[in-house]
Design a protein. Structure first.
Ligand code: KIV
Ligand code: NA
Length: 276
């Protein structure tokens, strides 16, 4: 199987082929998504919410991210693995940002990192790219800024905000990012930005004009329903399936109908008889 790389992203943009991205946080899911041909697995800091039960992504640590990235990497045979840099792992200074970004490649086997922001983290991106670490940018509704935004809100609706988004997207391209996530950006604006960039845009809540799409895996499988944003499409209803399966299991254990003989291991009768 061919390995997906930053070159694949470039080629897809040139050939007008959409790029498929989903989040993954563990080995078994990564392995299934890889088998399905998903091109890029993003170990998002959304794992703080989906896997760890926090209300937002701010509490996620480098150790959390490395732990999950290692697991995803073991399941990803063809897919490119991109690790999200958690809150405060790249905000202090360029040195810390490079050191932390490097840990994802060095210790966890990721192929690239993603971080949130534009002009505010310009020198960080420059330093990380200079260290030969591929960077995926992330603009629009950047969840680590939730307290500055005053909630999870669509970004770029006013002319001023929209102009700034376009400028920042171009800046990310100039700094050497290989792709940029556009989150909760009006569809027409995301399309315009996608047309003006030579690097691919990966949309989430940003419409069909982006060069690729990403969704949070629990959202699209219908198994995380604490939040149900408008941009999510549920491709399965695993919540119902899981609850049904667990309910049936509980019933069968209570009534003694599970396990059946076929689920058990045998011992010779003369051995067991001697024990009575
Ligand atoms: O953390 C995450 O899952 C993300 C994607 C939704 C882009 O950043
Ligand atoms: Na994220």
């Amino acid at each position: 199987m061919t390995k997906i790389t930053t070159s694949t992203f470039k080629a897809h943009k040139m050939n007008n082929e959409k790029i498929t991205v989903l989040t993954a946080y563990d080995y078994s899911m990564a392995s299934l998504l890889d088998q399905a041909g998903i091109e890029c697995l993003l170990v998002g800091d959304s794992l703080g919410m989906t896997m760890l039960g926090y209300e937002d992504t701010l509490s996620v640590t480098m150790e959390d991210m490395l732990h999950h990235t290692k697991a995803v990497k073991r399941g990803a045979k063809s897919a490119m693995v991109v690790a999200d840099m958690p809150f405060l792992s790249y905000h202090i200074n360029d040195e810390e940002a490079v050191r932390n970004a490097g840990r994802f490649l060095k210790e966890a086997g990721a192929h690239a990192i993603k971080l949130e922001g534009g002009i505010n983290i310009k020198s960080r991106i420059q330093a990380i790219v200079a260290a030969q670490i591929p960077v995926m940018g992330h603009l629009g509704l950047t969840p680590q800024s939730v307290n500055m935004f005053g909630g999870f809100k669509v970004q770029g609706k006013s002319e001023k905000q929209a102009r700034q988004l376009i400028e920042e997207a171009k800046m990310l391209e100039e700094l050497g990012c290989f792709a940029v996530v556009l989150e909760c950006v009006p569809a027409k604006l995301a399309k315009l930005i996608s047309e003006q960039l030579t690097i691919p845009t990966i949309g989430i809540g940003a419409g069909n004009g982006c060069d690729g799409q990403v969704l949070v895996i629990q959202d699209m499988l219908g198994m995380f329903t604490d939040l149900t944003p408008k941009f999510v499409k549920q491709y399965a209803n695993l919540k119902a399936s899981i609850i049904e399966a667990a309910t049936l299991y509980a019933k069968e254990v209570k009534e003694g109908s599970f396990p059946e003989e076929k689920h058990t291991f045998k011992i010779d009768d003369d051995v067991i008889n001697k024990l009575y």
